[in-house]
Write a protein that binds this ligand. Structure first.
Ligand code: CU
Length: 120
């Protein structure tokens, strides 16, 4: 084997290693692009899950709404009837006792708060 051939082989090997590293880097990039896109729809939907409820009582003075609600998985609550704080007064104006609604309840600073309420 001549010295020249040895150098050529060594360079060829070096080049192919380089090529492998390049394609691995490209795969990483593709993986990084995929993850946020694959994650966000699931995160968005779990954040916006609504639970069936029925309005039992509205107290505009205190901003409290008593709901008979289904399981609220995000706050670890089984179905029950209880009073919740409404996030805003506009929510109370549209609501009426006896309405069947879909709600999103979240723990806001330690207070179970109705953050979304839609009439069914
Ligand atoms: Cu409850």
């Amino acid at each position: 084997m001549t010295k020249l051939t040895c150098i050529a082989l060594a360079m060829g090997a070096a080049l192919s290693v380089f090529a492998v590293q390049q394609s691995a880097a490209a795969d990483d990039m593709a993986g990084m692009k995929m993850s946020p896109g694959a994650m966000s729809p699931a995160a968005a939907s779990s954040k916006s899950v609504l639970t069936d409820a029925e309005i039992r009582k509205i107290d505009p003075a205190s901003g409290m709404v008593t709901l008979k609600h289904g399981a609220l998985e995000n706050v670890g609550m089984p179905p029950m009837t209880m009073a919740f704080k409404a996030r805003d007064a506009a929510m109370l104006k549209q609501a009426h006792e006896g309405d069947k609604v879909k709600v999103r309840v979240e723990n806001v600073g330690g207070t179970m708060t109705i953050v979304t309420m839609q009439k069914q």
